[in-house]
Structures are given as structure tokens and as C-alpha cells.
Design a protein around this ligand. Structure first.
Ligand SMILES: Nc1ncnc2c1ncn2[C@@H]1O[C@H](COP(=O)(O)OP(=O)(O)OP(=O)(O)O)[C@@H](O)[C@H]1O
Ligand SMILES: [Mg+2]
Length: 216
């Protein structure tokens, strides 16, 4: 993936979580008046043990869950609204986000959905950027190894050039090379001026890339 300084200058986004309060109906409160402010090129690392609410926070930012009170705004527009802008979401279990018959269609989906041009070119570029070869494109996304599935999930989340990218435990299931590729991608996306939220249950992992750390 190539990027230039001009790209990051063009992006001037801001994500704000203002007094966000949330708990599932049958559980304890996971967030109580949480405030976070992120600008273009910044990475928020969300750390915490199993069950602390990391995935829940990403679902709130993606607009899949609504806070009981408070607001989540990207450039002033509430999460979940049509104008919230493009986001990419790499789910914790890659298979949860797949629904197409081939890897090509899976990756092409969001690019098509947003009416982008050069679909085949973008898909191939996305596959290369996660260290896979083009022969994966004709496979079923449900027949990939865990490491391949995670890389395809990342390709899906980046192909449409989102402004905000959510990565839920992106290193899990990857070998050393895969982990290095993810680190490189995170750095590149920061350089492009994207806003990133990354969860990790392990402290230390990725903390050198973080601008803000939230410990749950
Ligand atoms: N749909 C749901 N309904 C009710 N409770 C839920 C739901 N989803 C998650 N929870 C509960 O909310 C808490 C936080 O879950 P969450 O998945 O956000 O944790 P996490 O920090 O991502 O954990 P992990 O490290 O295991 O991925 C857990 O106690 C979980 O059981
Ligand atoms: Mg989780």
C-alpha cells in the first residue's frame, strides 16, 4: 500500500465518545461516562481481560449497539447514522463477518457497496497488502485456515479506504510474519491519517503504536 503525505493532510477527522454509558440488559455497567477523543492518524489501544468490554466498545463505535446515554460522533455525525462515513471493522472471529461464496466477492463487497471503481485491482492490492497470494481469491472464505481468514478479514476492512478502522484482537491466530504484517498495516493506516481503534487482551502488544491507551 502506498501513501503520501498529501493523503494525511487531506484527512482531518475527529472521533469523539462523550459520556458514553452502556451495560447489557442483564449485566453490569461496562462503561460509565466514558470520554475519548481521537484525531486523524491516532490509534486508541483498548486493553483489558476477557469479558471487560473490548468487543462491546467496538460494536458501540460501529453503531451496532446504542449507548444508554452519551454520544459517539465522527466529525459530528452520530455512530450508526447513514452519514457516519466509511468504517472498516475486523471482527474478533473472522468467520462472523463472512457471507460470500468466494474470497474475491467477500473483499469486493464493501468496495462495490460504496460505488468505488477498479474493483478487481483494489481487491488484488488488498490481498497483497495482507501477505496473501491471488490464488486465495477463488477459495471459499469458510475454508481458510484461521491465519488466512484473519488476513482476508483485514483486507475486507481496508479495501474501501475507510476513515475509521476497528481491529478486534488483530494479532490472535497469526504467526510471526502475520503479526509483523498487521503491525505494518497499522502503521501505514496511521500514516494515511486514519483513526484506528485496536483491542488487545495482552498488555505490551502494540502499545508502541498507541497514541491513547484505554484500560478496562
Ligand atoms: N449480547 C450480549 N448480551 C449480554 N451480555 C453480553 C453480550 N455480549 C457480551 N456480553 C457480556 O458483556 C461482557 C463484555 O463482553 P465483551 O465481548 O465486550 O468482552 P471482551 O473484553 O471483548 O472479551 P474477550 O477478551 O473475551 O474478547 C461480558 O461479560 C459478556 O458476557
Ligand atoms: Mg472481545
Amino acid at each position: 500500500m502506498n501513501f503520501s503525505r498529501e493523503d494525511s493532510k487531506m484527512l482531518n477527522a475527529e472521533l469523539r465518545l462523550i459520556d458514553v454509558t452502556f451495560g447489557y440488559e442483564d449485566g453490569k455497567k461496562l462503561f460509565d461516562r466514558l470520554n475519548v477523543r481521537l484525531r486523524s492518524g491516532q490509534l486508541l489501544l483498548v486493553q483489558g481481560p476477557n469479558g471487560s468490554g473490548k468487543t462491546t466498545l467496538l460494536k458501540l463505535v460501529a453503531g451496532l449497539l446504542k449507548p444508554q446515554s452519551g454520544s459517539i460522533l465522527l466529525n459530528g455525525i452520530p455512530a450508526g447514522d447513514a452519514g457516519f462515513s466509511r468504517i472498516g471493522y475486523v471482527m474478533q472471529r473472522a468467520e462472523d463477518q463472512f457471507f460470500c461464496e468466494t474470497v474475491f466477492d467477500e473483499i469486493a463487497f464493501s468496495a462495490r457497496n460504496f460505488g468505488l471503481d477498479r474493483i478487481a485491482e483494489r481487491v488484488k492490492e488488498a490481498v497483497r497488502s495482507v501477505g496473501l497470494t491471488e490464488d486465495v481469491l477463488s477459495k471459499s472464505p469458510f475454508q481458510l485456515s484461521d491465519g488466512e481468514a484473519r488476513r482476508v478479514a483485514i483486507a475486507c476492512a481496508l479495501v474501501h479506504e475507510p476513515l475509521l478502522v476497528l481491529f478486534d484482537e488483530p494479532l490472535i491466530g497469526l504467526d510471526r510474519v502475520g503479526k509483523e504484517i498487521v503491525r505494518k498495516i497499522l502503521k501505514e493506516q496511521k500514516g494515511k491519517g486514519k483513526i484506528l481503534i485496536v483491542t488487545s487482551h495482552r498488555s505490551g502488544n502494540l502499545s508502541d503504536l498507541a497514541d491513547v491507551v484505554l484500560r478496562l
